[in-house]
Every structure is written in structure tokens, then in C-alpha cells.
Design a protein around this ligand. Sequence first.
Ligand code: ADP
Length: 545
Amino acid sequence: MLGLMQQWPLLCHKILDYAAAQHGQREIVSRSVEGPIVRTNYVELRGRALKVAQRLERDGYGLGDRIATLAWNTARHLEVWYGIMGVGAVYHTLNPRLFPEQIVWIMNHAEDRLLFVDLTFLPIVEKHCPGVKSVKKVIVLTDAAHMPQTSLANAVAYEEWLAEADGDFAWKSFDETTAAGMCYTSGTTGNPKGVVYSHRSNVLHAMMAAMPDAMGISTRDTVLPVVPMFHANAWGLAQSSPMVGAKIVMPGGKMDGASIYELLDTEKVSFTAAVPTVWLMLLQYLEETGKKLPHLKRVVIGGSACPRAITEKFQKNYDVEVIHAWGMTEMSPLGTLCTMKPEYDDLQGDARFAIQQKQGYAPFGVEMKVTDDEDREHPWDGKTFGRLKVRGPAVAGSYYGGASSEQFATDGWFDTGDVAHIDAHGYMQITDRAKDVIKSGGEWISSIDLENLAVGHPDVAEAAVIGVRHSKWDERPLLVIVRKPGREPEKADILSFMNGKIAKWWMPDDVAFVSEIPHTASGKIQKMTLREQFKDYRLPTETAI
Ligand code: ADP
């Protein structure tokens, strides 16, 4: 027997319809790529998104067409997204921080037919886009006055292109499982892999993300998504903010401490989200200038482990609550968020910070388990770590074009490639990437735990730990350090700082000082490159055998 309720497919453009109907005058503020701050609202944004849809249809784009964007977070980017989804086409966010060759590879793989590009990235497109034969037209996200000379024969200024539509258009309707968007993982191993979100998965994910114990945003919030739309839907904020009618502030291309502070202050931002690197820059700016954050209430930090020092500074010095979060492109991207359950209500000081080091627990819609290599499930005891596997309605079921199917088990669980443990209250903590964990004498050492500990040393700017070949133990940890400017800590200082805070056999066998640690396009430490750099490194402990 079927339920007798109405058919109301979960389609992304309905989010914008809702925002315009119920929160129409709520502002969307952008730092434009041209420079000035630009203001619009949900009614206007919906009107322009409808024009995008109308114009796309007139140009012959529709169901299933992949349409790429290479752009910062702005209202224009947002209206383009909703316009694309509104005709059943598929937005495909490109990460401008990738090498141009990778961008070209990804565009060819996705067979993008059209490209929307910010002025900032036009030079990359001019140089490399002719290598993408499927792209028939390039739309530059600017007006005629700012449209530069370009070598591209098929380029038009967005505002001129849009002006040819009158907005008298109705969204297309289709099944909720239709593809809505596409995002490639950075491909730190092998070629990038395409994740294809559906309308249904995006809508459900936006609901999960907005829930009170997840991000907990509401119409009373002013949300600053510093995390880019090209990083897995700005962690869902591009959909969950209009879904709750929050005011949005878009940072454009400026992510430095002063620029972010300016928006936080002038727009009275109450909620924001980004990777740790962004917050390091902001905290440094605040320390240098003595400025405070009177309006900001919550900051979501994820993408890589949030160092305890960042959590402490936000909470102790600025009275801003930190929500540590974990996720991945394949999960739309939210997996867990570290908000406090009542069980932890009474925790204070160090004990509370220790919980906040964890990545948190899963909201409704994410199931998790931790297993050994034979898929035997580990207990939720907060210490037995193993492979973290997930499933849910916003978790990828396969990659575009069927790449790398071994991560998708036949029983419906996706192997995240992360190594983690889960405690009795359901709080998960990442201890490593499966490929980065250090295997010493058959036991596993978490490189992330060692890194977190090492960055706690006052003279350390950044730390990375890799396994180096060892004749007796297979691998032993090498700690690679970037010193803070003007500071000269020695190996012995660092090791004695760590001593006693971890098991003795976890202690790094050596410390190497470097001027820079390599990073991926999404700001994560590039362990592969680092391992390559130190592949012939001889640990001092070798001589003892
Ligand atoms: P990629 O960098 O490959 O494109 P994602 O941006 O989707 O992939 O990153 C997902 C990975 O980032 C996770 O599998 C995990 O290893 C890491 N990650 C994300 N958030 C956290 C966190 N809070 N702590 C530790 N690692 C994290």
C-alpha cells in the first residue's frame, strides 16, 4: 500500500521559490569581483535565476547538460547555479586552485558544454580552454563596462547575455533523482573523480545541514560562507541558507584576514564556515590589530583537522563557539559536526576542548561504522580505530564514468579512506587517512595526532608527520616542521614538549626542519609529495640496530 500524499519532488529551485516567498527581502551581500559591495535579496535573485534558466533554454541547454562554473562565492554565481538546476542542467563547479591541466582534464571528462567564468580566471580560460572541445560558449560574469578584450571568439559578458531574457519563465519539472550538480575530488591520488549530486540529495542534505544540532542556522542568522561553492556546495550553505531564509554574505575572491574581518564586522555576521587556514589568517589579523568579534556567534571549521589552538582562541578570546566538522565531496559534504549532546553539558575547560578535537557525531541521514580490513565492525569505545564507512541519501553511490569502484562496497557502504574511532556517545575522531597512517611493527600510529600535538609548541608554525622506511619496524614517524618566523626551536625542544603526552612508541624518530610544507589545491598537506621528498631519508634510529 502506498501513502496517499501529494507528489512534490524535492527539486533545488523550490528552495529559491520558498526563500523568495517567505524571506523575499532578506539581503544577499557580495564582495563583487569588480570590487564594490553589491546588495540584492531573494526576490531579485530568484528573478535573475529565472532569466538564467530562460536564456539557457533559448540557447539550447537543458536536461543533463553539464555547465561549468569557475567562480568565487558571489550572488551572481548563486543565481547561475539555480538557473542551471532550474532547466534540469547540471552545475559543475571547477576548483580554480587546481593546475590548469587538471581543470582541462576535468572539463573534458565531464564534457562541459558551457562555462561561466569570473574575470579573475579569464586568463586561465583563454590559455587553456581551447583544449576543451565540448565548450561552445564562455560567459564572463561581469557587465559590458568591465568586459575586457579577450582572445576567446565565443565569449560574452554575462549581463548582456542575461538582458536578452525577460524572466517570464517557469522552472522545468522532472524527477527528484535528476542530476543537479557535479564536483570532482581533488585527486590527491590518481585522476580526479566526479561526484554527481541529485536534486533530492541536495535538498535532503540542506535540511540535514540546517538542523539545530548540525549547523543550526535560521532566518535570524547572517551567514558568511567563506568555504567556496566549488568546495562541495559551500558545505551545503548555498542551499541551506535560502532554505531557512538566512541573510547571506558572499566574500568574493578575498579571503585574507582584513577582508574577512571587514565583512564580519560591517554586515554583523553571526555564522561562518571555512577551513582552518582561513581562520589562522583571521586570528592573526585580530591579534595584530586588537579587534574583536562582537557579532559572530558560531564558526564551523572543517576540511582538515581543526587545531586545538584555533578552537581555544575563538572561544576564550572572542566568545565564538567553534563547531568542528568532518565531511567529504562524496558526502555532499557533511558527515559529522561536533556540537554538544546533553551528556557533555557539564564538561569544562580541557575536557571540553578534548571533545571539540573530535570531528563530532552524524546527523540524521548519515550512518557510520568503523571496521578492520576484513569489514569486521569495531566497538564504539573511543579508541579502537579502523576504516570509516558511511551510507546515506546524500552519499555518493558511484563516481561519474564508473571510476575507482573499489570504494563502493556491494552492501551499500562507502569506504571514506579515513581512519577513525567512535566513542560511546557516537562522537567520531579521525586519526588518519588510510594511506597516511604509519604502520610500525604491525601497529598503527596516527600521523594527525602527532601533528596536532606538535603544532601546540609555541615556536611551530606547521607540522606534518610521515612514515619513513625502517629496517626493523617497517615504518617509523618522521616529524617535519616549519618554524615560526624568528623562532629557532631545536629537535630536542620539540621532542621534550611531546614526551609524556603520547605513548612512548608513538614518539617521532626524528625531526626535520623545512621552510615550507607542500599543500593540495584544497589546502591539505600533500603527504605524497612529502614522502617523495624524504624517500631516501635515513632515520637516526637505524644505526641503533
Ligand atoms: P579532496 O581534498 O580529496 O577533494 P575533500 O575536500 O572531499 O576531498 O576532503 C575530504 C577529506 O578531508 C576527508 O576524507 C578527510 O580526510 C579530510 N577531512 C575533512 N574534514 C576533516 C576534519 N575535520 N578533520 C580531519 N580530516 C578532515
